[in-house]
Design a protein around this ligand. Structure first.
Ligand code: ARG
Length: 562
């Protein structure tokens, strides 16, 4: 229970006609600390109770149970609440120590199923920064929702179907070598693909060849199928390296190819509902009523499109998982597309169309420059992570040359730094990526938070107490109040992050808690051997727990030493 709830509960017992929410809404934080920690104004009751607010306040205060408060007093039309900081603070620490994983959760999900479609790179191509953003935002959103007791189904919807694979096969048949592919799978396949596209200008027959190969694939030709399967496998193997580095694990790799086999479902339904309209030989759905351009469902040559596959995917997911929500973590440039997808489902008569949500995000720029696959301005993700790890390793060597498992810690810090940087601002904003700014132990960075927690752990090692069950936590002292009151806000932060699918709320919380803890550390001699020392150490333990928990929600590790 946070403080506001505590006060609302006390007031509610004396005002049974009002709901807890109505009361909570009215509670204020006085600007002047002399007026207490919280205040309850009574003006709004004057009309219904036919009494002057001053009198209402005077009557009410007599009925309020004062336990848990230092005092509850009347000040004109207000009732001012002074928290018994020692008691409240002790309660907060106790609750955290009793179950750090449970602390901060409001159980919004009640185990309801949520499908989350994220990362979703395209096979035979390097995974771009956009996919890295999708992977990290998606994973953090998944973990935040898990904290709120949703059941997550993580899907990597691979881009593994489409005419481009016909071209790739044609190119491989002409110039490819198995050996070359095996050495550097994705870059080699990309090379073939780029070559056939460039040379197709002079050799129009290449385009035709590509079409033939794709037709073969669609009709189950053995060689086409073998190649497709192979390209897919070696691509996943490469992606898996990045996923392993990021500790991201999917429940399903059903991608576009899987949905391509299920295309009849949406097409039949669209026909039954007379939603398909002919337009220049192609079939579209009219979305004028939504002020959206009409999506192409079946092309003039009879082949289906990306959105048709996504419609089949949506139907399959609803049937398979019975989800309460279905999330798509994809860049902002596809906003219109997801509006179309939802609108078509709505037109098809599915009441659950609104369970689909586009978790949109901004671009990632590299040192201020836009990254684009087409211009070849792509950065290899593994390289980025490895560079970051290297930089973290150097910094650790300077700061803590005797650290034992330095390589392992460097991995946690380097990778954590990249993730934190991606998540710390509202996901809709563009992110500028500059390695030197990302892997810093000072400022608003992942390493800063990790370092604050490692400091807490180091204090605890020196303090020697790990079992706080017999410690008198009310001895915590006023200087801890700022941190304690902030800790009691944790559940509100987690809730906001979950409701808005916004990991930045958790990242900012972790930064703020680190700052508050560092201030506390600077102004208090935590380890000083006095009566209050055990309570102070308990606070340090609580902070360490929550920092670790917050980092874990962001998919960032918390090394005990660094
Ligand atoms: N493969 C797509 C891309 O790279 C993202 C897929 C997103 N998910 C979906 N169901 N459409 O842009």
């Amino acid at each position: 229970m946070d403080e506001k709830q505590q006060i609302a509960t006390a007031v509610a017992a004396a005002l049974p006609d009002l709901s807890l929410d109505e009361i909570t809404d009215k509670i204020e934080r006085p600007k002047d600390a002399n007026n207490g920690d919280y205040a309850f104004p009574t003006f709004f009751l004057a009309k219904t109770l036919h009494k002057a607010p001053q009198m209402i306040a005077a009557d009410l205060v007599k009925k309020i149970d004062q336990t848990g408060f230092e005092k509850v007093v009347v000040a004109g039309p207000y009732i001012n609440f002074f928290l018994d900081k020692a008691q409240v603070g002790a309660g907060i620490i106790k609750a955290i120590l009793a179950g750090p994983e449970g602390y901060g959760k409001k159980d919004l999900g009640h185990q309801a199923n949520v499908v989350i479609d994220y990362s979703s790179p395209n096979i035979a191509k390097p995974m771009g920064m956009g996919h890295l953003r999708s992977t990290m935002i998606g994973e953090a959103v998944a973990r935040i929702l898990e904290k709120e007791n949703y059941t997550l189904i993580r899907v990597d919807y691979l881009g593994d179907w489409g005419t481009q694979f016909g071209k790739l096969m044609a190119a491989y048949e002409m110039w490819g070598s198995e050996e070359e592919v095996k050495k550097d799978p994705i870059n080699t396949l990309l090379k073939y693909y780029v070559r056939i596209n460039t040379e197709a200008d002079e050799h129009p027959e290449y385009t035709e060849l590509g079409r033939e190969w794709f037709a073969k694939l669609e009709h189950g030709d053995k060689e086409a199928w073998r190649l497709w399967h192979w390209f897919r496998e070696i691509s996943i193997e490469r992606f898996q390296k990045v996923y392993d580095m990021l500790d991201v694990h999917f429940d399903s790799f059903h991608g576009e190819a899987f949905s391509a086999q299920k295309m009849n479902d949406p097409i039949q339904l669209l026909k039954d509902k007379h939603l398909l309209k002919s337009s220049r030989g192609a079939q579209i759905v009219d979305l004028d009523a939504y002020k959206l351009t009409p999506p192409l469902i079946i092309k003039s040559n009879g082949t289906t499109t990306y959105i048709t596959r996504d419609l089949a995917t949506a139907l399959f997911r609803k049937r398979m998982y019975g989800h309460a929500k279905s999330l798509y973590v994809v860049g902002a440039e596809q906003e219109n597309y997801y509006k179309q997808l939802k609108a078509v489902l709505k037109e098809m008569g599915f009441t659950w169309w609104n369970q689909l949500e586009h978790i949109s995000f901004g671009l990632m720029n590299l040192n201020g420059k836009k990254m684009s696959t087409r211009k070849g301005n792509v950065v290899d993700l593994e390289d980025v992570l490895n560079d970051s790890i290297k930089l973290a390793r150097q910094q650790i060597a300077e700061k803590n040359p005797t650290l034992k498992n330095a390589d392992e810690v460097a991995k946690q810090v380097g990778v954590g730094a990249v993730i934190f940087h991606d998540l710390k601002n509202d996901r809709r904003n563009a992110v500028n990526f500059k390695l030197e700014d990302v892997v810093k132990f000072e400022g608003e960075t992942g390493p800063y938070v990790q370092y604050a927690r490692a400091r807490a752990e180091s204090i605890l090692r020196k303090g020697g107490i790990r079992d706080f069950s017999n410690v008198d936590l009310t001895k915590i002292g006023d200087s801890a109040w700022d941190i304690l009151s902030f800790l009691s806000q944790y559940s509100n932060a987690v809730e906001r992050a979950a409701v808005n699918y916004d990991p930045s709320v958790v990242a900012k919380y972790a930064l703020e808690l680190s700052k508050k803890f560092n201030q506390y550390y600077a102004h208090n001699r935590i380890l000083q051997d006095d009566d209050e020392q055990p309570a102070r150490l308990a606070l340090v333990q609580a902070v360490s727990h929550i920092l670790k928990d917050a980092l874990a929600m962001l998919d960032i590790k918390a090394p005990d030493e660094m």
